[in-house]
Design a protein around this ligand. Structure first.
Ligand code: NAD
Ligand code: ZN
Ligand code: ZN
Length: 397
């Protein structure tokens, strides 16, 4: 089959690789009908997430049709249409029972290795390095879904792939980011980053009843998309973020701040950012936490910082004194995707949200390598890319 394969920094290719096979009774194989490129994939593309190896298949936003089911999988049958959550979960361990699917204790098959690095490992995930189990990803014609009897979202035929695909990641990620803010009707929610995750967080914060939502980025097309949802916008390349946020909140700062930027934040030429860039290039620091620092400064005392943005390792110059003295709460994590599925699928069915608004580019899977570059460089007003495998050979081998 064809799949997008990581070969090294800035080097993703569409290769021919062996078709996936059932390896365990709980597995299923799906024929992929749509998959997408995530901002998290860009961290792999730039080689900021350690432990990728050449030959790894990437991708973790995938949906399709079940074509084969393992003998112990009683919840799926051939022909079912499913979206695949990026967090692989067993549904039975202590963490899964609590809904903490991204902390599932059974699905990370490199658990011992991840335990050493993180203290305690997180769940398995698709296409995201040895740290999350080295599972082949879903930017491919076919995908093996481990623990598929639980790790799936069955979806109705009445909705399009485009409306459903983002249940795999960015929609629940934006939603969880907003839920973690415990939004009250008098709250201002400020969202750093208007990429796909920021866009979903902005709409979620509005749906959850925030008084005002402020969106921060520097790309006009991303800010326009946020404004179309009802957010106020700040272009940080043209305006002073802290000043504007204070103006919009009577000098008090936003109660809730969401970091939808992550480890590759951009900034002007502030000294801390220059040091970050140099240290990141020399592998002395893994993350550039500029947005996080700004959030800590901007947030109203007693407020919440919600961090869906991905960080890979260590960061310097996080103002812990400011965090502590202002009494801020930090909530973060890989998304517990299926914890939110019932609510989100119902909202899509009822027309309260249609996540397809974020798609700017739809291309064949083979165009994946070029589309990684387009998305990375934000060329052609690119915000979200959906890839469609063409399934030239109809049978699997
Ligand atoms: P993206 O790269 O398209 O979006 C990031 C946006 O941040 C860009 O629009 C960029 O212009 C903006 N930005 C950069 N520096 C900024 C700054 N200083 N202030 C304000 N905005 C700034 O990516 P995305 O797909 O939207 O993903 C965003 C983050 O969410 C990534 O770190 C990704 O890895 C992470 N993510 C996390 C989860 C999870 O489970 N927690 C799931 C999906 C994605
Ligand atoms: Zn993702
Ligand atoms: Zn589990």
């Amino acid at each position: 089959m064809k799949a997008l394969v990581w070969h090294g920094p800035q080097d993703i290719r569409c290769d021919t690789v062996p078709d996936p096979q059932i390896e365990d009774g709980r597995d299923a194989i799906i024929k992929v009908t749509s998959c997408a490129i995530c901002g998290s994939d860009l961290h792999l593309f730039h080689n900021f997430i350690p432990f990728m190896k050449p030959g790894d298949i990437v991708g973790h936003e995938t949906m399709g049709e079940v074509v084969e089911v393992g003998g112990d999988n009683k919840n799926l049958k051939v022909g079912d249409r499913i979206v695949v959550p990026f967090t692989i979960f067993c549904g039975e361990c202590e963490q899964c029972v609590r809904g903490n699917y991204s902390a599932c204790e059974r699905t990370n098959r490199n658990r011992a290795f991840a335990d050493k690095l993180l203290g305690h490992a997180g769940s398995g995930a698709f296409g995201y390095s040895a740290l999350t189990g080295a599972y082949p990803g879903g930017q491919a014609e076919y995908l093996r879904v481990p623990f598929a009897d639980r790790t799936h979202i069955k979806v109705p035929d009445s909705l399009s792939d485009e409306q459903l695909l983002f249940l795999s990641d960015i929609l629940p990620t934006g939603w969880q980011a907003a839920v973690q803010c415990d939004i009250e009707p008098t709250d201002t929610v400020a969202v750093w980053g208007c990429g796909p995750v920021g866009q979903m967080a902005i709409r979620s914060a509005i749906l959850l009843g925030a008084e005002q939502v402020v969106a921060i980025d520097r790309f006009p097309e991303r800010l326009s998309m946020a404004a179309a949802a009802g957010a106020l916008t700040i272009n940080y390349a043209e305006e002073k973020v802290i000043e504007r946020l204070n103006e919009l909140t009577g000098g008090k700062g936003p109660e809730k701040c969401i970091d939808a930027v992550g480890m590759e934040a951009h900034s002007g030429m502030l000294p801390a950012h220059l040091i970050d860039r140099a240290k990141q290039a020399l592998m002395l620091e893994t993350d550039r936490p500029h947005a996080l620092r700004e959030m800590i400064y901007a947030c109203k005392p007693g407020g919440v910082l919600s961090v869906p943005g991905v960080y890979g390792g260590v960061s310097d110059m996080i103002p812990l004194g400011m965090l502590m003295n202002k009494g801020l709460t930090v909530r973060t994590g890989q998304t517990n995707v299926c914890r939110w599925t019932d609510d989100l699928l119902r909202m899509i069915e009822e027309g309260l949200i249609d996540p397809s608004f974020v798609i700017t580019h739809t291309r064949p899977l083979e165009a994946g390598p070029e589309m990684y570059r387009t998305f990375q460089r934000k060329q052609d007003s690119c915000i979200k890319v959906v890839l469609k495998p063409e399934h030239m050979s109809q049978t699997r081998h």
